[in-house]
Design a protein around this ligand. Structure first.
Ligand code: GAF
Length: 388
């Protein structure tokens, strides 16, 4: 691809709107190191922002017209602020438009004026790397600044989540937007999804001679349909049966007692056990990173994957193949990352073994007759920012 992401979005902006935008903002996708399906259970997660980013170029208008254009296939969307009512929008434009609506809900519609927005992203779509949160967060940061709302990043994360839940229609938690807005180079975001407190935890991969390999299986998922919503509903039912506000408040002993006296059937027990044990694994991972170092977290990543595969049942054969191939070829630990039902797997791999582990994944996919995956490395990177 010729030119930077910023060049591409400026070209797109000039093509659709003419002239220059008021500014250019960007926000990254994320990899979740550990803590899956814990966010909407008021639990803990440990994602990091990655180098792939969405960029938006935005210019305010003096009326209430709103036009958004993208480099992805699809026509520009031409609408007005008053037409944004929180109703579902069935196109990619739901991300920036949903955020505009959510900011209007939070601050009052009279604080907003129309805008022209161009978006370009190199976060792979459907890969479990939060391409949607990247667009939401870039748009949220831009509009917040241009409208002088001074929301603060945690509130912008909530606006992105509200857009996703309401206008996109995916009942997701707060993790992805928080990672995108609060990510830092070489660190993960340790997020308490109940208090929304977030803390940077140094990863020190380079110092430890490690890299994160990512295998995009190209099995694409959609959190607005099916499995994600049913897992969330199962967790809420389990919390109700246990008389707790959220599964964050349940212990393994309480789950076992509820299974034994019939309040939880076997499936509900296993769904809840994933969440309860995953929360503990996040806390263990943070403690291990701080006290020992990244090379010691491999078994926690492995245990997380087993729990998602067997208890939460959100893995697919391609992801399991990637995880097993990475592990057999020398990864210290490997797991599904993101909401599941497709997407990507990550492996924590000694830098010297990256080539061999990547080759092992490609060979395993070929043997299994799966579509060739995209295998690359990712580094913990900076969160959302103004580019120019
Ligand atoms: C998706 C959701 F958007 C997140 O909120 C989170 O629940 C994740 O799946 C699973 O951990 O990325």
């Amino acid at each position: 691809m010729i030119g930077t992401r910023e060049d591409r979005v400026l070209e797109l902006f000039a093509e659709h709107f003419g002239g220059r935008p008021d500014g250019v903002w960007s926000a990254p996708g994320r990899v979740n190191l550990i803590g899956e399906h814990t966010d909407y259970n008021d639990g803990f997660a440990l994602p990091f922002a990655i180098g792939h980013r969405a960029v938006v170029a935005v210019r305010l208008r003096h009326d209430e017209r709103v036009i958004v254009a993208t480099t992805a296939p699809g026509d520009p969307v031409d609408t007005t602020l008053s037409a944004l009512t929180g109703e579902r929008i069935a196109s990619w434009a739901a991300y920036p438009l949903g955020v505009a609506w959510a900011l209007g809900e939070a601050h009052g519609r009279d604080r907003l004026t129309g805008f022209e927005l161009a978006v370009h992203s190199d976060v792979p779509i459907g890969a479990g790397l939060s391409s949607s949160a990247a667009i939401e967060c870039a748009a949220a940061l831009a509009l917040d600044e241009l409208w002088s709302l001074e929301s603060g990043r945690p509130a912008l994360a909530l606006a992105g989540q509200r857009a996703e839940n309401t206008v996109v229609g995916a009942p997701t938690g707060i993790m992805d937007q928080t990672a995108s807005l609060l990510g830092e180079a070489d660190a993960a975001v340790f997020l308490d999804c109940r208090s929304l407190e977030a803390e940077a935890v140094g990863l020190g991969f380079e110092r430890a001679g490690l890299e994160v390999l990512i295998v995009n299986t190209h099995v694409s998922h959609d959190h607005a349909t099916g499995g994600y919503a049913s897992r969330r509903a199962a967790c809420e039912r389990a919390a109700d049966a246990l008389h707790v506000v959220a599964l964050r408040d349940a212990s393994l002993d309480e789950l076992r007692a509820a299974r034994d006296d019939g309040r939880l059937d076997d499936e509900a027990f296993r769904r809840a056990r994933h969440v309860v044990t995953e929360n503990a694994r996040v806390l263990d991972t943070v403690a291990t990173l701080r006290d020992v170092g990244a090379a010691a977290i491999g078994s926690l990543l492995d245990a997380s994957h087993a729990s998602m595969r067997d208890d939460f049942e959100i893995s697919v054969p391609e992801i399991d193949t990637a995880v097993e191939a990475m592990r057999s070829a020398g990864a210290l630990g490997a797991r599904l990352t993101g909401g599941g039902f497709g997407g990507s797997a990550i492996g924590l791999v000694p830098s010297d073994d990256i080539g061999a582990v990547a080759d092992a994944v490609l060979a395993a996919f070929s043997r299994a007759g799966f579509r060739e995956p995209t295998v690359s490395t990712v580094s913990p990177s900076a969160g959302a920012r103004r580019e120019r």
